[in-house]
Design a protein around this ligand. Structure first.
Ligand SMILES: O=C(CO)[C@H](O)[C@H](O)COP(=O)(O)O
Length: 225
């Protein structure tokens, strides 16, 4: 049973004619994008989309979805995205796929944010998943050393032995912290460091969580059981 598919496809049901839709990045929202493209093709669903990464733009365009730049829309009705881990308050860590900055910008411009995950992503406290920090390349060695001295166990993200570059032209340093006891305080502390562009901690941004299980999708609304 593909629980990512179950969650991803369920989320597509939240999209209605005429909406502007934020398309997240990753292997779960992939199924949402496939389903939306199917509805556009078969049912004549009319939507405008804003993408969170070059990867998603490529997929969306291949499937015939209309992709607009974030600056060309006034707002986004609903954004659907994945997450790497999520706590009971719908706070989470994202950026495993390296798209955290654009994902956060798109979420911020959205009236509603839906996350699609499978059961394995649920945690009591954030921090098991390494926290991605997007940094300016100009200063990355200094930031890396600072994180090292602070005991944050930094790892510079590489792919095929090359430094990974985000769509925004930045680098990512993943912090292997373990449990983060006060995510709000820690988030402010990190974002205050010169050269940190953004971090993969998404606090108070998500309204709906869709969890894919063997038995189907569970839809949870924020602050409701
Ligand atoms: O934040 C992300 C990309 O930057 C993804 O949403 C996150 O990594 C989850 O991906 P997947 O659905 O493939 O597990």
């Amino acid at each position: 049973m593909n629980t990512k598919k179950i969650a991803g496809e369920k989320a597509a049901e939240f999209i209605e004619n005429g909406m502007t839709v934020g398309l997240g990045t990753g292997s779960t929202v992939y199924y949402t994008i496939m389903k939306l493209a199917e509805r556009v093709r078969k049912d004549g669903l009319k939507i405008r989309c804003v993408s969170t990464s070059s990867k998603t733009t490529k997929l969306g365009e291949q499937l015939g979805l209309e992709i607009f730049s974030l600056n060309d829309v006034d707002y986004i009705d609903v954004t659907i995205d994945g997450a790497d881990e999520v706590d009971k308050n719908f706070n989470g860590i994202k950026g495993g796929g390296g798209a955290l900055l654009y994902e956060k910008l798109v979420a911020f411009a959205s009236k509603k944010v839906i996350w699609v995950i499978d059961n394995s992503k649920k945690v009591n406290k954030l921090g098991k998943f390494p926290l991605p920090v997007e940094v300016v390349p100009y200063a990355y060695t200094h930031l890396f050393n600072f994180f090292m001295e602070s005991g944050f166990n930094p790892v510079l993200r590489e792919i095929d032995e090359e430094i990974f570059k985000t769509d925004g032209g930045h680098y990512i340093i993943d912090l292997h912290m373990g449990v983060i006891d006060n995510p709000y305080e820690f988030s402010l502390k990190l974002k205050d460091i010169p050269g940190v562009v953004d971090i993969g901690m998404f606090l108070d941004m998500t309204d709906v969580l869709i969890v894919g299980n063997e038995d189907g999708a569970i839809v949870k609304l924020k602050n409701k059981e």
